[in-house]
Ligand binder design. Structure first.
Ligand code: KG4
Ligand code: ZN
Length: 337
């Protein structure tokens, strides 16, 4: 088998990332985060594009050096075409197009959400799911249950109709005056709290779809009501609120994932995306998986949050199919799955 070396570029949100991948092995995976957004409590698109513009060249350069690969050894350039913030996507897309043109090598477009799913096929010693499998992709922008039949054939069978699961974490963090992104802190504080201390209303949505906007409202109202008698409740009950919120979000996710796996008779069940770093989500996947007889899969942490390695593996499968993009390709904020 001939080896294929791909330079992958990811710039859909607030992380500038470049990876060098040789077949399914990652030689380097560099991620530059953007702390500039912390003070605003969320990603500011204009600032994100500017930071990508500053980071892209050094990040690609570092990825090449760390992999010990020179530009003339690269067989193709894969990049995230969407979905994401348009200004951010433009930086990675323009860079990828220019470099592919300069090197006279093929260009491969990747859907960011396919990348999250395909992170499971990176060869790093962790087992990969067998087909067909279900992947719950949970991030700051998306919540999807994906039915995967091959590396290049997958479809969404359920998704959020409003906020993403990560947004539910981040918006709760904002209510609690915690810095952005709030998911990791809620996870940390939840470990010291009682998950049954508060009950929040759960959505009633048909099929395998999700809704998280009502939960945010329920959390806010519950806190505001309690505040009348306990003005410092947001601080005093911080750990209990975090534990209860996390418990509710994870329960909402598993209600639908379990329903889908049971109804479709699928026992290969995976999670991906930034929220799959959540400790309760991970332990519940193990626990529920055991009771249902599932084989469960979680990518290594660095391949759960946004990264170019997952774009590289997705690009590799596209490359094998001979599916290339041409120089007229433009990024799309709402790229179809
Ligand atoms: O996949 P990702 O890095 O970026 C997007 O594509 O959105 O996901 C980021 C999201 C944020 O909402 C962040 O709060 C959440 O993942 N997150 C977590 C944890 N770590 C990251 N949420 C809950 N618990 C965590 N440990
Ligand atoms: Zn993502």
């Amino acid at each position: 088998e001939k080896s294929v070396i791909i330079l992958a570029i990811e710039s859909s949100c607030d992380d500038t990332s470049a990876a060098i991948i040789k077949n399914k092995t990652i030689l380097s995976n560099i991620v530059a985060g953007q702390s500039v957004h912390e003070q605003y409590g969320g990603v500011v698109p204009e600032l994100a594009s500017r930071a990508h513009q500053q980071n892209i060249v050094p990040v690609v350069d570092t990825a090449l050096k760390k992999a010990g690969i020179s530009p003339d050894e690269i067989n193709a350039i894969a990049f995230t075409r969407g979905p994401g913030l348009l200004g951010s996507l433009l930086v990675g897309t323009s860079f990828a197009k220019s470099m592919a043109l300069g090197l006279q090598i093929p260009l491969v477009e990747v859907n960011h959400m396919h990348g999250h799913v395909l992170a499971h096929f990176i060869e790093d010693g962790t087992p990969s799911p067998a087909f067909p499998f279900l992947c719950l992709t949970v991030s700051g922008g998306h919540t999807q249950i994906v039915h995967v039949t091959s590396p290049t054939e997958m479809k969404i069978i359920g998704e959020t109709i409003d906020d993403a699961a990560g947004e539910a974490f981040d918006k709760t963090a904002k209510i609690l005056n915690l810095p952005y992104p709030g998911g990791p802190l809620i996870d940390k504080y939840a470990q010291m709290g009682n998950p049954k201390a508060f009950t929040f209303s759960k959505p009633r949505i048909d099929g395998y779809n999700f809704s998280f906007s009502g939960l945010k409202t329920s959390i806010l109202y519950t806190i505001q009501k309690l505040e009348k008698e306990h003005p410092n409740i947001r601080k005093e009950a911080l750990y209990d609120i975090c534990a209860s919120v996390q418990h509710t979000i994870v329960e909402i996710l598993f209600d639908k994932l379990t329903k889908a796996a049971t109804e479709l008779g699928i026992k290969e069940v995976a999670i991906a995306g930034g929220v799959s770093a959540n400790s309760l989500l991970r332990s519940e996947l193990e626990r529920i998986g055991k009771t249902k007889g599932w084989n469960t899969y979680i990518p290594r942490f660095e391949y759960c949050t946004d990264n170019a390695a997952m774009i590289g593996i997705a690009g590799y499968y596209e490359y094998l199919q001979g599916r290339f993009a041409d120089q007229s390709v433009a990024p799309l904020a709402r790229l179809a799955f």
